[in-house]
Design a binder for this molecule. Structure first.
Ligand code: COA
Length: 532
């Protein structure tokens, strides 16, 4: 039988403790999400409303099909930086007239919706997701353009936003701009490069240079409306394809454009008759130990994520520190690789490489569930070729062409993060649980390595080693690495696509798989040289 039988004792003290700790972390993350939702704060939100405008999130809500989900991406972008959490833009995937679209809405309540370096990074990520998954793009535009004091970080790389729009169009994936307000200078190319443009009457302002700049450049006297008003663009320049009477009308027009796209997904359709998991997602709160050094069985997670809790394990008797096997999620077939005991040995690496190749042979997406401290170190392992074996797994992950999804459940350290398809290995989506931690190694280990190196350096210089300084250095480094390994920090850096409630894992993976299937799902024809 391939149905997983859970052995989690939901009444145990340990379960209650784990649950308590996970709920605490979730509350903390909710608090940070609330900051992103609050946008520029009360003063700017009420000013925006007084102008008779909808908030960016309200625009998105009206655009989406009623009661359909919105998979928001990178909501904590810019966390820990000098900029507002969320980075003055909202990005995510939502369903419009039955079509999954990448939606990007600047938030005019945060610094006039101007793009700072984090806004740019978040927009690049959204553009990559749209391109990789063949998603039509809808931009809801109202922005002050580049954040002028930080222009040096965005001006030159930022050109890719416009490049991506026109490449999307060249790939026959439509792009739509709904312009609600200011869209000046570089921003004018958002509608300029889009296939379809809607502008709101008396609100949209699209020009390369506003009246003061024109006066400076040519001496010409002008006004907003004649330079870049919606009426002018609809009747004279032809940049606007549709003139909307108001914001609601612009959203209605946007929806009717999508309705006429004749969009069809290119990936295989899911099986319609799948079963729900046999165990409650609620249990996922109590499965991850508070101390990540204690391993947990990822099959307990799979039992709450996979259809019917059904998991056909591949090579169950070999390389037991990594579980590999076949399952389906919301009717989409997947291969799953899940760390079971933390460390990856040679056997696990070879098993992973074989399994990844098998998935490519049958065009099946892969899901990586991370909880690893990395590849095994030590004389015995080096001599038996752990580098070659790890490289084999990393080769397979790098050259695999089926879509990958990664979920950081617990630890994701060292090259283990790479082998399990970390951020640099281009998983289509990467989400983290609040319990996740990721770094080159654990904080104590890293501080310890620095201490050993410093001690050896002092000895080679013939100096005495100052133990007091060593202890202080270790404490400081441990604190720093601990902070930098936390999910909010990593999410702020755009190293994941969002921190999710473990209970939502099945839903989020299901939505991601559905999004992925907008494009074809095809395995690799060949891999690089595997070092045997
Ligand atoms: N860079 C940095 N900060 C900007 C900005 C930009 N491009 N655009 C606006 N801001 C800031 C303002 O300084 C203001 O900050 P403060 O409230 O802390 O003083 C805040 O955002 C709100 O701007 P405000 O002008 O009060 O908002 P508004 O809604 O009345 O007008 C704009 C919004 C975008 C029309 C107006 O700010 C503007 O014209 N900005 C410059 C646009 C431009 O020419 N950009 C160049 C693009 S390359």
């Amino acid at each position: 039988m391939s149905t997983i039988r859970s052995t989690v004792d939901t009444r145990s003290e340990e379960f209650a403790e784990n649950r308590e700790s996970m709920l605490g972390k979730l509350a903390e993350i909710d608090g940070e999400h609330a900051k992103a939702i609050a946008g520029g704060g009360e003063k700017y939100v009420s000013r925006h409303r007084k102008r008779g405008k909808l908030l960016a999130r309200e625009r998105i809500e009206l655009l989406l099909d009623e009661d359909s989900p919105f998979l928001e991406l990178s909501p904590l972008a810019a966390w820990g930086s000098d900029y507002q959490v969320g980075a003055s833009v909202i990005t995510g995937i939502g369903v419009v007239e039955g079509v999954e679209c990448m939606i990007s809405a600047s938030d005019p309540t945060v610094k006039g919706g101007a793009s700072n370096p984090w806004t740019a990074k978040k927009s690049y990520r959204a553009a990559d997701i749209a391109a990789q998954n063949r998603l039509p793009v809808i931009n809801l535009v109202e922005s002050g353009g580049a954040d002028l004091p930080t222009q040096k970080e965005i001006f030159i790389p930022g050109g890719r936003i416009f490049r991506d729009l026109t490449r999307s169009s060249a790939a026959k994936v439509p792009t739509i701009a709904l312009v609600f307000g200011n869209s000046t200078a570089g921003g004018a190319y958002l509608p300029g490069m889009s296939d379809y443009v809607v502008m709101v009457k008396e609100r949209a302002k699209v020009f390369l240079g506003g009246p003061p700049l024109v006066k400076m450049a040519t001496g010409e006297e002008s006004d907003d409306e004649s330079l870049g008003g919606a009426e002018m663009h609809a009747r004279t320049s032809g940049l606007a394809d549709y003139l909307a009477a108001d914001e609601e009308d612009a959203i209605r027009l946007g929806r009717s454009i999508v309705k006429r796209l004749n969009w069809t997904k290119q990936g295989p359709t899911p099986k319609p008759d799948y079963a729900e998991p046999l165990y409650s997602a609620e249990d996922l709160l109590g499965i991850v130990p508070t101390d990540l050094k204690v391993p947990f069985d990822p099959r307990e997670v799979i039992a709450r994520v996979a259809d019917g809790s059904d998991f056909d394990e591949f090579k169950p008797l070999y390389g037991s520190s990594l579980a590999t096997g076949w399952a389906s999620i919301h009717g989409y077939p997947v291969g799953i690789l899940a760390n079971a005991q933390g460390v990856l040995f040679g056997e696990e690496s070879q098993k992973a490489a074989q399994f990844i190749q098998l998935a490519n042979q049958i065009d099946t997406p892969l899901v990586f569930l991370h909880n690893t401290t990395g590849y095994m170190v030590g004389k015995e392992y080096e001599q038996s070729g752990i580098i070659k074996h790890g490289a084999m797994m990393i080769n397979a992950v790098s050259n695999s062409k089926v879509p990958h999804l990664s979920v950081l459940m617990g630890a994701s350290y060292g090259a283990g993060h790479y082998g399990m398809c970390g951020r640099a290995y281009d998983p289509r989506f990467l989400f983290a649980w609040p319990s996740a931690k990721s770094a080159v190694m654990g904080p104590q280990q890293l501080a310890g390595v620095l201490s050993i190196v410093a001690r050896a350096a002092a000895a080679s210089r013939g100096q005495e080693y100052n133990e007091e300084h060593d202890a202080a250095m270790r404490a400081m480094v441990e604190g720093q690495i601990e902070a930098e390994s936390m999910p909010m920090f990593l999410s702020g850096m755009l190293y994941d696509d969002g921190i999710i409630d473990p209970r939502d894992t099945r839903t989020v993976l299901g939505l991601s798989l559905s999004v992925i299937h907008n494009g074809p799902v095809k395995g690799a024809e060949g891999f690089g040289v595997f070092r045997m």
